[in-house]
Design a protein around this ligand. Sequence first.
Ligand code: DGL
Length: 281
Amino acid sequence: MDSGLGGLTVARAIRSRLPAENIVYFGDTARLPYGSKTAATVTGFVREIVGYLLPLNPKHVVVACNTATALALSAVRADFPGVSISGVIEPGALAATALTEHLPDPVFGVLATEGTVASGAYEKILMRGRPGATVVQQPAPLLVPIIEEGRDGSDPIVKLALRQYLMPLLARRPDVIVLGCTHYPILRDEIERIAGPDVAIVDAAGPCAEDIAGKLGASGQLRQGGEGWIRYFVTDKVPRFARMASAFLGTDIGRPVWVAPEELHATHPSEAIDRDMSRVG
Ligand code: DGL
């Protein structure tokens, strides 16, 4: 789950690492951005979504959103003790520290939402792995809305916003910049261009998929053989999500199922699929 398109960066990595697994993707497009909301609000959203997905018997739930991971993961794990739930921050931060093993006192830049920056979640794990490190954090509140609007790295507003947010980080000469929001890898090419060749850019998608593969493998739950499917649920603007997700993934995702936020308590996912099919047909 994610607030919108960002978790697709993680879903894509999971598809590629675990092609036999079936994925249900939930984009809470009616209520994004999460990054400027309080922990209580975001926790309430995540709790509703995990509760909504439970009747599908997921063998694992990925909170594919840094903000939700930072603000809600521990509370939601406590709410659903029988469900295997993981987030994106730990795998991303560990991948970043691994990249700096050869450096005595690395400098990490963290580009993230306001909520993730304020939580200090990245800083904590990065400093635990590399106690001598410097961590410079930069909130980038405009990026999620800009990305959800469908603007890409060639758009002048995107370039301006990225420069605005990256320049203070780059002034501190980071060895690594962590993309601490799952939306940002959608602009990765432009971020790399601005940061230049001396800065490693890390995003959590690949490490997160690896982490899930490890967890499923350890519990003997990996699906063997066959090709998995992916099904999409969103809380708003179905056609736009479908258009942008298809463009990002390079394949037609079909028609996502629309679930209004107020239906999250009252509807079973299979009823939402049935209702959606009858609406189409
Ligand atoms: N993809 C979410 C994240 O990783 C975006 C949060 C938002 O909606 O602001 O933080």
